[in-house]
Design a protein around this ligand. Structure first.
Ligand code: NAP
Ligand code: ZN
Length: 347
């Protein structure tokens, strides 16, 4: 077993504190990663605070992991010692269903094993995430980080990056598309960068007027403040797609009405509350609503290569792990530009 230092929450209503546990031994197909950086996703907060129900405590959050390979199992072929490797939310899946066999493991028909808060498929042992010193993972679920990417700013690509890249690729986002990005946080700011890099016309739909200049710097063509009802009215029927990255309960009907005929609202934000919908907004314009979960391992590797080629990383604020509770409070207030990344050397 591998002794691992971490930060964990012992229940929903207490701050995260230092915690120690043991990772499973390195199996034939596993790599052992010394974690260097871990991004802080709003999913970590939802899980710690039990927003979705079912959180098992203690929970070690963290699923935007970048680190150095320090040991490889006998049968490992893709990694060698000292390689820089990444891991995201997807820790394991059944490996034999249709989705697993077709590079879509995130939609595993037998359910995915998340890296945080899940259980090892074979032993049922609890799984702890990336606010930790080390990680053992099957090489099949790890990615190689291109040398061109700065490590700390690349960590958020493992979740915020792939979660926005995947739906944009699925809809073949490109020139001629008008795309709205709802919510300018960790996911939202990556969505702006990817949609622009793919050639779309991008509008940020935000509740924070203070983010207008940032939206432009990130590459957005337009910025609309959601409380500006006159500006909102001019956008009725405007967008081909809107990617909704909003972490808190909100009114989806506003965004549906901004779509063209046949337009689509793609949900990635997951507040965990039921959706109240006026279905006539869909029916009268043949609009649709869909969802999207992270991306496959293959697609995550492709996204990292795309980022290396196009010079895309997250805008980050590096923090020591001791400031994680403060970081959560700031994220809930929207006070973040645009992703916290924990320097794991501070553990
Ligand atoms: P984040 O950095 O905290 O950003 C969320 C943004 O939502 C905020 O910056 C804010 O943008 C907007 N927002 C917050 N409260 C709002 C409200 N009451 N009404 C309207 N807008 C509001 O969060 P994140 O890490 O990007 O994660 C966003 C969501 O995606 C979370 O629910 C997370 O669990 C989910 N997620 C899903 C997947 C997936 O695979 N589908 C993967 C990762 C994360 P403005 O200030 O611009 O309004
Ligand atoms: Zn995430």
């Amino acid at each position: 077993m591998i002794k691992t230092k971490a930060y964990a929450a012992q229940s929903a209503n207490v701050p995260l504190t230092p915690f120690e546990f043991e990772r499973r031994p390195v199996g034939d197909h596993d790599i052992l990663i010394e974690i260097l950086y871990c991004g802080v996703c709003h999913t970590d907060i939802h899980a710690v605070r039990n927003d979705w129900g079912g959180t098992m405590y203690p929970i070690v959050p963290g699923h935007e992991i970048i680190g150095r390979v320090i040991q490889t199992g006998k049968a490992v072929t893709r990694f060698k010692i000292n390689d820089i490797s990444g891991a995201g939310y997807l820790y394991d899946s059944c490996r034999h269903c249709y989705q697993c066999a077709h590079d879509a493991e995130q939609y595993c028909e037998n359910g995915i094993t998340p890296i945080m808060g899940g259980q090892e498929r074979e032993t049922g042992a609890p799984l702890y995430g990336g606010y930790a010193s080390k990680l053992v993972i099957d090489e099949r679920y790890a990615v190689k980080v291109p040398a061109a990417l700065p490590l700390a700013a690349a960590a958020p690509l493992l979740c915020a990056g792939i979660t926005t890249y995947s739906p944009l690729k699925y809809i073949k986002a490109g020139p001629g598309h008008k795309i709205g990005i709802a919510g300018l946080g960790g996911l939202g700011h990556m969505a702006v960068k990817f949609a622009k890099a793919l050639g779309a016309e991008v509008t940020v739909l935000s509740t924070s007027t203070a983010k207008e200049q940032d939206a432009e710097k990130l590459g957005a063509d337009h910025f609309v403040w959601l409380s500006d009802l006159e500006a909102i009215k001019t956008l009725y029927g405007h967008f081909d797609f809107i990617i909704d990255t909003i972490s808190a309960p909100h009114d989806y009907n506003i965004y549906v009405n901004l779509l063209k005929v046949n337009g689509s609202l793609i949900l990635v934000g997951l507040p965990g509350t039921p959706l109240q919908l006026d279905v006539s907004g869909l029916i009268f314009k043949r609009r649709s609503i869909s969802g999207s979960l992270i991306g496959s391992i293959h697609e995550t590797q492709e996204m990292l290569e795309f980022c290396a080629e196009k010079n895309i990383v997250a805008d980050i604020e590096i923090i020591p792990v001791s400031r994680i509770n403060e970081a959560y409070e700031r994220m809930i207030k929207g006070d973040i530009k645009y992703r916290f990344v924990i320097d794991m050397a501070t553990l």
